[in-house]
Write a protein that binds this ligand. Structure first.
Ligand code: ZN
Length: 213
C-alpha cells in the first residue's frame, strides 16, 4: 500500500489538474481553505502544470525566450486562494453548497447518536456531513473505492493517527478501519465516497441501505 502522504499527493495533483469527481473536489477545496501547507503544495503543482502547457506552445527561441516564458507562467498562475476567515465552522466552498454554516444543516440520525446530511453533488460519487458524538466509534468497515474525510470540528482517532480540524484522511480498498471520535466535543466531518462502505458487523449492514452510506 502506498503511504498516506503519497496518496494525498496524488489527490492534490488530481485536484490541481481539475480531474477529481465533484464530491472529492469539494472535500479537497474545503481542506485547502483550512490548511496552508496543502494550499502552497497545490499552487506549486498548478504553476508546474502551467509551465508544461507553455512547452506545448511553439516559442521561437530567442535570447529572452526563458524570461518571456517565466513571465507568462507568473501571469497565468492562479491567484493564491484565500485562507479561512471569520469564525465559521465550514470553509467557504462548503458554505456555498450547504447555503450557510453548521446551523443550516438538516441532520438525519443514522444510529448510535451519529447523524448525517447528504449534500447535493453531481456525478456518481457522494458527499456527506457526519456528526459523531465524542467517544463514539464508526462501525469497523472497509471500502470498495476511495473515501476522503476532512475534520471540521473536534477530532477523531484512527489507529495511531489523530485527525483534527483541517486534517484529511484518505482510505481506499486497501484500508480497513474504525475511526473513533475523540472524547468531548462532537466531531463534525465532511466525507466523500465513490462506492458503498463494507461493514464487518451485521447491525451496520442492516442499517446501511437506510443511511445510503
Ligand atoms: Zn472508511
Amino acid at each position: 500500500m502506498a503511504s498516506t502522504q503519497a496518496m494525498n499527493d496524488e489527490m492534490m495533483l488530481s485536484y490541481a489538474s481539475g480531474t477529481l469527481p465533484a464530491a472529492f473536489d469539494l472535500v479537497v477545496a474545503s481542506h485547502l481553505s483550512l490548511n496552508v501547507e496543502s494550499r502552497i503544495q497545490v499552487e506549486a503543482m498548478e504553476a508546474v502544470g502551467g509551465a508544461i502547457l507553455e512547452k506545448e506552445t511553439p516559442i521561437k527561441m530567442s535570447e529572452n525566450a526563458l524570461s518571456i516564458c517565466m513571465s507568462r507562467i507568473e501571469t497565468e498562475t492562479p491567484k493564491p486562494r484565500k485562507a479561512q476567515s471569520g469564525n465559521y465552522v465550514f470553509p467557504q466552498p462548503l458554505r456555498e453548497v450547504v447555503g450557510g454554516d453548521l446551523d443550516s444543516v438538516q441532520w438525519r440520525p443514522i444510529g448510535g447518536g451519529v447523524k448525517q446530511a447528504i449534500l447535493p453533488c453531481e456525478g456518481d460519487s457522494s458527499v456527506r456531513l457526519l456528526s459523531i458524538p465524542g467517544g463514539t466509534a464508526i462501525p469497523e468497515h472497509s471500502h470498495e473505492g476511495m473515501e476522503l474525510t476532512l475534520v471540521l470540528r473536534g477530532a477523531f482517532v484512527d489507529g495511531q493517527t489523530r485527525y483534527g480540524r483541517g486534517d484529511m484522511e484518505y482510505a481506499d480498498d486497501h484500508t480497513e478501519h474504525q475511526p473513533i471520535a475523540e472524547d468531548g466535543e462532537t466531531c463534525i466531518c465532511l466525507t466523500a465516497t465513490d462506492a458503498p462502505l463494507k461493514f464487518n458487523d451485521l447491525i451496520p449492514r442492516i442499517l446501511q441501505p437506510f443511511a445510503q452510506i
